[in-house]
Design a binder for this molecule. Sequence first.
Ligand SMILES: [Zn+2]
Length: 286
Amino acid sequence: MTELLIGSHLSTAGGWDKLIARSHAEHGTTFAFFPRSPYGRRSKALDPDKAAAFGARLAAEHYGPLVVHAPYVYNLAGKDPAKRAFAIDALAEDMRLLAPIREAGQETYLNIHPGSHVGQGAETGCRLIAEALDRVSEQADGTGITILLETMAGKGTECGRSFEELSSIIDRLDDPTRIGVTFDTCHVFDAGYDLVDDYDGVIRRLDDVIGLDKVKAIHANDSIYGLASHKDRHANIGDGKLGLPFFTRLVNDPRMNTLPMILETKEITPDTHREEIALLRGLREN
Ligand SMILES: [Zn+2]
C-alpha cells in the first residue's frame, strides 16, 4: 500500500528549516505555506539563497509535491488593471522564489484562487484570469513551477465555482499543459457537488469536464455547512457535513489517493494536525 502524501498548511515563521521541523512534528510527507504575507509583502523569513538547500533536503527525505499557497490578496479577475498587474508580477516572483526548490529535485506547485469577478460576470472574470495566467507564464518562463487553480466554493463573485468555469479558463490558455487544478473537498461540496451521496458521480464529472490528469493536489477539509451553501467554512476532519465516510472513500480511491493532500483545518491544539494526519492514514483499508 502506498503511503498517503499528507500534511498541513504551515507557518513560515523562522524560515525554511522551521517549515521542515513543523512538518516532521506533524509526521507530514508534504505541506503548504504562503510564499509571502497574506497582504503581498515579501517574506523576510524565506531567504531565496537558501531555497535550493531546502528543496534538496525535502527531496532526500522523499517528500511528496509541495502545494505552496499564493496569498489571498491576488485577484487576477479584478477590475483595476494596476491590481491585476501587481498580482501577475507577484505570482511570477513567487515562482522564481520556488524555482530552486524544484531544481533541487523537489516537485513544487503554486496553488492560487482563480479570482473574483466583482460584478463583471463570470465570463469576463474567466477571460481576465486566462489572460493574466498567460502573462505569468511568460514572466516565469523556465521556472518549472506549475500553477494550480483551486476549486472554489462560489462565495461572493468567485470564479472557479464549477468544473466548467475552471475548464473554460484552462481552455483559453496559450499553453494549457502548464496549469493544473487543486480539488478542495470543502469547496467542491459547498459549490453544490454532492460528495456525500454521489461521490463517484462527482469524480466522474471532474474527469469528464477537467480531466483527472489535470488534478494535481487535494485540499482535505471538512465543511461546517451543507451541500451548495457557498459559505466556504472549513471544519475539522470528521466534524463537518462531509464526515468520515466521505474521507474513507477519498483515501481509498486510487484515482485520488496518490495526490498530495493538504489540511487547512483549524488548529484547536498544537496536536490537531498530527492527529488529523494520523486519522486519515488510519482510514486506509488495505
Ligand atoms: Zn485556498
